[in-house]
Design a protein around this ligand. Structure first.
Ligand code: FMN
Length: 362
């Protein structure tokens, strides 16, 4: 059985009777895949020798080297999330941890934070074991995305960027990115609040068909059903954040993990309150999806008045320091409603692998 259909197509490497949907977590090792495991074959799995067409999203504050390495060792592609003020030394140390898995891993940078000026890009380019994939997302309109993509290309690194609208697609293609991540507005963390995953994915796949640029889907994908859905539509894999937030290896604080595990899919909202409340420099078009709390209730909309409200900002700062999530922010997407228990990342990847079984039902 082979279902390949060009870039982003899907196929199966082994016969159906050898399929094991849930291999033991420690036996799943996509980076050294020896053909024992059933595998959906897409541009993503072939380019990075993966066993599962899944990328764990770069999530600043949650996705360090341990999470990335665990996802990669389990057959996906694990990414490290680099925030706007992350120290370059942290990037090097976490990359070494991820690289110890012996598998391909990735790093996610924020374009607007100018990683070319704050030494983060230099740290990435200096790594003794370089990442296979670097994403540069959420850049402003100053041409920095194009410049960063070119620099990474010169270092032989595959580049990705997250897009949230058809205009973003045109810009990303023009900037020369190798891989596009169609990120819908139900996704966790920052991004556009413009189009949700399914309509965006269809639009992007139609737009990129002739350009033959591979497309990943992101936003709201929490289980194998979601992975199967986007593969069926023509994506070459899923880029998943929220479902890995409470993983054993995630750096999210325990109190935040407890709130995440208790949250329903209806408990998130799109907000600017935490960025404005901490005077962060995010471009206005990128708010973030987070768990709703008292602070987001108090500061709806674009929350621009927070810039002039010192006491409210001091209150938020104090709440962040004492991990009081009635006020402090926890970024997460609607997929949080599908996350019910803390699990090792390898177990999550193994469960997502069941997308293959779902796609074989017809
Ligand atoms: C807690 C959290 C932090 C995030 N941090 C980053 C980041 O540093 N860089 C980035 O490119 N994307 C970041 N994202 C967005 C993800 O890359 C991705 O778009 C999103 O998680 C996909 O939607 P999902 O959460 O529904 O899977 C973050 C998402 C979350 C939930």
């Amino acid at each position: 059985m082979r279902l390949r259909s060009g870039v982003g197509g899907i196929g199966a490497r082994v016969q159906p009777d050898t399929v094991r949907a849930f291999p033991d977590a420690d036996a799943a090792h996509g980076c050294q895949d020896d053909g024992r495991w059933a595998m959906l074959t897409t541009w993503l799995t072939e380019r990075f020798s993966l066993g599962v067409p899944v990328v764990s999203a770069p999530m600043a504050g949650a996705a360090g080297g341990s999470l990335a390495g665990a996802v990669s060792a389990a057959g996906g592609l694990g990414m490290i999330g680099v925030g706007d003020s992350t120290a370059p030394g942290w990037v090097s140390a976490q990359a070494a941890i991820a690289a110890a898995s012996g598998c391909a891993f990735g790093i996610g940078l924020l374009g607007w934070a100018r990683p070319d000026r704050n030494e983060q890009l230099a740290a990435v380019l200096d790594l003794p074991l370089p990442p296979a994939l670097v994403s540069v997302s959420f850049g402003d309109a100053t041409g920095v995305q194009r410049k960063l993509a070119a620099t990474l290309h010169r270092a032989g690194i595959v580049t990705a960027t997250q897009i949230g609208s058809s205009d973003d697609v045109r810009r990303a293609l023009d900037d020369g990115f190798d891989l596009l991540v169609a990120r819908g507005s139900e996704g966790g963390g920052h991004g556009r609040d413009a189009v949700s995953t399914l309509p965006l994915l269809q639009e992007v796949l139609d737009m990129t068909g002739t350009a033959a640029v591979p497309v990943l889907a992101a936003g709201g994908i929490g289980t194998a059903r979601g992975v199967a859905a986007v593969l069926g539509a023509g994506a070459c894999g899923a880029w998943i954040g929220t479902a890995f937030l409470t993983a054993t290896e995630s750096l999210a604080p325990p109190a935040a993990k407890a709130r995440l595990l208790a949250a329903a899919s209806t408990d998130t909202l799109y907000t600017h309150a935490f960025d404005r409340g901490q005077l962060l420099g995010w471009p206005a078009e990128f708010g973030g999806r987070a768990l709703r709390n008292r602070f987001t209730d108090r500061w709806p909309g674009d929350a621009t008045a927070l810039a002039a409200d010192g006491p409210a900002r001091a209150e938020l700062r104090a709440a962040v320091e004492r991990a009081d999530y009635d006020l402090a922010g926890i970024y997460a997407g609607q997929a949080i409603g599908m996350v019910h228990r803390a699990q090792p990342a390898a177990e999550i990847v193994a469960e997502l692998r069941a997308a293959e079984t779902l796609l074989r039902r017809w």
